[in-house]
Design a protein around this ligand. Structure first.
Ligand code: GDP
Ligand code: MG
Length: 422
C-alpha cells in the first residue's frame, strides 16, 4: 500500500494564494528524483464528483505498476473486502475548499531508459460566484500549467458553462507563458462521470472522442462566442480527448459506510477504470511535462510553481472576467481588421475613412447588441475602451494603407496583445 498522503500544496486564502513551499521543497528536491523528468497528472473539477475516489484507484495502479512491478491484476479481486486507500475521499470527510493537493509519494519509472517521476494532483473548487470564479480560474489555470495531463472531471455531461470556465482558466495560462509559438498546454482529457447515453456514444475513449469532436466542432453558422472558445481551446492544448465513464453503481451512493470495496462497484465501472488507468499511467502512455517544448525535471517543476504563482497572484493581474470580455472584444477587432485591411488594393484617403467609419459603427452596434445584459457601468467602460482601440487601430491601418510598412503590422499585433493583457 502507498505510504503517501494528500498534501495541500496550494491554498486559496481569501483573495490570495499560498504555496506550501516547505513541504513541496522537501518532496521535490529529494536527490533521488530531482533530476528525473516529470509526469504530472491532475484531476480537476468541482467538489463531490468522485475525483478523490478516482485518484485512489490511480494510486493503486501506480503502486502495482511501478512499485510491485506487476499490474496484471492491479484492481484486485472483485470479492476483495479491502477498503480503497488513497486521497481521503469518503463521504463528508473532505472539506469543500478550493486548492491543489499533491500525493506525497512520487512514483518512479522509466521510459526508454529515461528516468521519470510521476506526480498526482487533485485540483478542486467551484465557479459559483464572482470571487470563487476568479479563485477557481487561477487554481485551475495553475494546475493546467503545471500538468502534462489535465483531467477535467465532469458529472453527467459537458455543458457550455464547463467550456467557458475552461476558456477562463486557459486565458491565464496563455498570459503566463511567452509567445513562442508552442502550445501552452499538453493533454486535456474530459472525463465524463455517470455517462448515461452509452447507446449514443459508447463508454470509454472511442465513444468519448466521437462525442467531444462533435461538441468542439466549429461551423460558419455558429455564434461567434461559441466558435472562438472552441478555437481557443484547440490552440491551447496539444491534444484533447474525452473518456465516458459509467455509473459506479447504487451501492457506492446509498451506503454511508462505503469504503471503496470492489464488490460494491459495478463491473462496467471497474472495466472502464482499468482501461482509463492503463491509458494514462502505463509506461508507454505517460506524457512528460514540457514547457516551451523542453522536458521539465522534478526540481524545475518546483521553480515553475513559484514563478507561476507569483505571476498569477499579483493585484495588477486582470480578473478572468475582464480577460474574457477583452477576448470577446478582440474578436470584434479581428472582424474590423480583416474587413478594413483584408483587401490588398490601396484605398484612397477618402475611401479609407468612409470604410473605417462604417465599420466602426457596425462593430459598435454588435457590441451594443451583446451588452444589453450585464452591468451597464462596465458596459460603458468597455464601450469607451473599444472606441479608443478602434481609433488606434484605424491610425495604424491608415499607415499600413499608405505604405505596407512591416513595423506597423508588428505594432498592430502589439496593440492586440496589450488589449488582451490590459
Ligand atoms: P471529490 O470531492 O470530487 O473528490 O469526490 P469524492 O471522490 O470524495 O466522491 C464523492 C462521493 O461520490 C463519494 O460518496 C463517492 O462514493 C461518490 N462517487 C465516486 N465516484 C463516483 C462516480 O463515478 N459517480 C457517482 N455518482 N458517484 C461517485
Ligand atoms: Mg476530493
Amino acid at each position: 500500500m502507498s505510504e503517501g498522503r494528500p498534501i495541500q500544496i496550494i491554498k486559496s486564502a481569501g483573495d490570495d494564494f499560498e504555496l506550501n513551499e516547505d513541504v513541496l521543497e522537501k518532496i521535490l528536491s529529494n536527490d533521488d528524483i530531482s533530476d528525473h523528468s516529470i509526469v504530472v497528472i491532475s484531476v480537476a473539477g468541482a467538489f463531490r464528483k468522485g475525483k478523490s475516489f478516482l485518484l485512489g484507484f490511480f494510486i493503486r495502479f501506480l503502486e502495482a505498476m511501478y512499485v510491485k512491478k506487476d499490474a496484471s491484476n492491479w484492481i484486485g479481486n472483485r470479492n476483495d473486502e479491502a477498503p480503497l486507500e488513497g486521497f481521503s475521499w469518503t463521504n463528508g470527510q473532505e472539506r469543500e475548499t478550493t486548492g491543489i493537493w499533491m500525493w506525497s509519494e512520487i512514483f518512479q519509472g522509466e521510459i526508454k531508459g529515461e528516468k521519470i517521476a510521476i506526480v498526482l494532483l487533485d485540483t478542486q473548487g467551484v465557479f459559483d460566484n464572482k470571487t470563487s470564479t476568479k479563485n477557481c480560474s487561477l487554481i485551475f489555470g495553475l494546475s493546467t500549467l503545471l500538468s502534462s495531463v489535465q483531467i477535467y472531471n465532469l458529472s453527467g455531461h459537458i455543458q457550455e458553462d464547463d467550456i467557458q470556465h475552461l476558456e477562463l482558466f486557459t486565458s491565464y495560462g496563455k498570459l503566463a507563458l511567452d509567445d513562442t509559438g508552442n502550445k501552452p498546454f499538453q493533454q486535456l482529457l474530459f472525463l465524463i462521470r455517470d455517462w448515461s447515453y452509452p447507446y449514443n456514444h459508447e463508454y470509454g475513449l472511442v465513444g468519448g472522442n466521437r462525442m467531444i469532436t462533435k461538441y468542439l466542432q466549429t461551423s460558419e453558422h455558429q455564434n461567434e462566442e461559441l466558435k472562438s472558445i472552441r478555437e481557443h481551446l484547440q490552440e491551447c492544448f496539444t491534444k484533447i480527448d474525452c473518456f465516458l465513464m459509467p455509473h459506479p453503481g447504487l451501492k457506492v451512493l446509498n451506503n454511508k459506510n462505503f469504503d471503496g470495496q470492489l464488490k460494491d462497484i459495478s463491473d462496467d465501472f471497474l472495466n472502464n477504470l482499468d482501461s482509463l488507468a492503463r491509458m494514462i499511467l502505463s509506461p508507454d502512455r505517460l506524457i512528460i511535462k514540457e514547457v516551451n517544448g523542453e522536458k521539465v525535471s522534478v526540481k524545475e517543476l518546483f521553480q515553475f510553481m513559484r514563478i507561476y504563482l507569483e505571476t498569477l497572484k499579483g493585484d495588477e493581474f486582470p480578473e478572468p472576467k475582464s480577460i474574457f470580455e477583452a477576448t470577446a472584444e478582440v474578436n470584434l477587432m479581428n472582424i474590423f481588421t480583416s474587413n478594413l485591411f483584408g483587401k490588398t488594393e490601396k484605398l484612397s484617403a477618402k475611401e479609407f475613412s468612409l470604410r473605417h467609419g462604417a465599420l466602426k459603427n457596425e462593430i459598435l452596434k454588435q457590441f451594443d447588441d451583446r451588452r444589453k445584459i450585464g452591468d451597464p457601468q462596465n458596459s460603458l467602460k468597455y464601450r469607451e475602451q473599444l472606441i479608443s482601440y478602434l481609433d488606434k487601430l484605424c491610425q495604424i491601418h491608415s499607415r499600413i494603407n499608405n505604405n505596407k510598412n512591416e513595423m506597423a503590422l508588428v505594432q498592430l499585433e502589439c496593440t492586440r496583445w496589450s488589449l488582451i493583457a490590459e
